[in-house]
Design a protein around this ligand. Structure first.
Ligand SMILES: NC(=O)c1ccc[n+]([C@@H]2O[C@H](COP(=O)([O-])OP(=O)(O)OC[C@H]3O[C@@H](n4cnc5c(N)ncnc54)[C@H](OP(=O)(O)O)[C@@H]3O)[C@@H](O)[C@H]2O)c1
Length: 273
């Protein structure tokens, strides 16, 4: 039997991009899904597609940064399915811009959506999972949170915080029956916030396919690894170098063209995604 068959999964950011691809994979694995994002219309389109393939799906419009919305999401999930087995914190926003030029409200929104909301959603579901001695929280962070990201400093801060909080909490939860994993994708092609920029990634980093992020989510849910990095080129070296010497890591990033690439993206002035 597949481990996800009949399990209740809350998936945030399910209306488009990677979330919609993850939703399809979780549905195919037999999960009953609670899809959430702010856009009810887009959520309903994803839900209809999955229902037509025989999945049980509930879509709940929710702004994850708002406590009343999070309460409604959890209340409606319990009312419909009676339990919560998995929470996938996938909703996220980013803006590539020089930090000194970023609107303070945008900085707040990035931190609230990418870091605070996953922390508070997990805080809400963990007592239920601990009581049932089973459950899994999967956080979609980013390679930016592990290597740093000039011109995406607020985003990198939110994702770095998410990754560190994830590892700390995963350790705290060991032996409880509840697991926590964090996925750190680099640039993803095909769909999502990077693909919408329609700019090729620097060759030194390359791009992953959405299916590789999905495979990481499924691997996390079946084997409980704490952290999975999804990137076609080896980046553990950059991560290790950053831990040993940020100065050397910055110099390598410059030589690989990453800093110039992100500066060009920032100058193209695209709005928050
Ligand atoms: N694409 C990449 O290259 C890449 C790389 C590394 C990490 N990631 C991470 O992967 C995750 C998914 O990214 P993506 O590329 O699929 O982005 P996306 O296409 O922009 O989708 C983001 C999703 O988050 C939802 N969302 C945003 N703010 C929300 C809020 N306040 N409340 C509820 N839902 C909200 C959006 O729906 P609504 O607008 O309807 O609310 C949408 O469903 C993000 O956490 C992102 O940081 C992406």
């Amino acid at each position: 039997m597949q481990p996800l068959r009949g399990k209740t999964v809350i998936l945030t950011g399910a209306s488009q991009g990677l979330g919609a691809v993850i939703a399809r994979a979780l549905a195919a694995a037999g999960a009953q899904l609670v899809l959430t994002a702010r856009s009810q219309e887009k959520l309903d389109a994803v839900a209809r597609e999955l229902e037509q393939q025989g999945s049980r799906v509930l879509s709940v419009a929710c702004d994850v940064t708002r406590e009343p919305d999070r309460d409604v999401l959890i209340g409606r999930t319990l009312h419909a399915f009676g339990r919560i087995d998995v929470l996938v914190n996938n909703a996220g926003v980013e803006e590539i811009r020089a930090y000194a030029e970023q609107d303070p409200a945008t900085v707040t929104r990035i931190i609230e959506t990418n870091l605070l909301a996953p922390m508070l959603l997990a805080r809400a579901v963990l007592p239920l999972m601990l009581a049932q001695k089973s459950g899994h929280v999967v956080n979609i962070a980013s390679l930016a949170g592990r290597t740093g990201m000039p011109y995406g400093a607020a985003y990198a801060g939110s994702k770095g915080g998410l990754a560190e909080w994830s590892i700390s909490l995963a350790t705290e939860l060991q032996g409880s029956g509840v697991a926590l994993s964090v996925i750190c994708p680099g640039f993803v092609a095909g769909t999502g916030m990077f693909a919408r920029k329609q700019t090729p990634a620097p060759r030194a980093l390359g791009t992953s396919q959405p299916e590789q992020v999905v495979a990481a989510v499924l691997r996390a849910l079946s084997g409980s690894p704490m952290e999975i990095v999804v990137n076609p080129k080896p980046v553990r070296l950059l991560m290790a170098l950053k831990a040993l010497s940020p100065r050397l890591a910055i110099s390598l990033s410059r030589r690989l063209g990453l800093v110039a690439f992100l500066r060009r993206l920032a100058q193209s002035g695209r709005p928050i995604s």
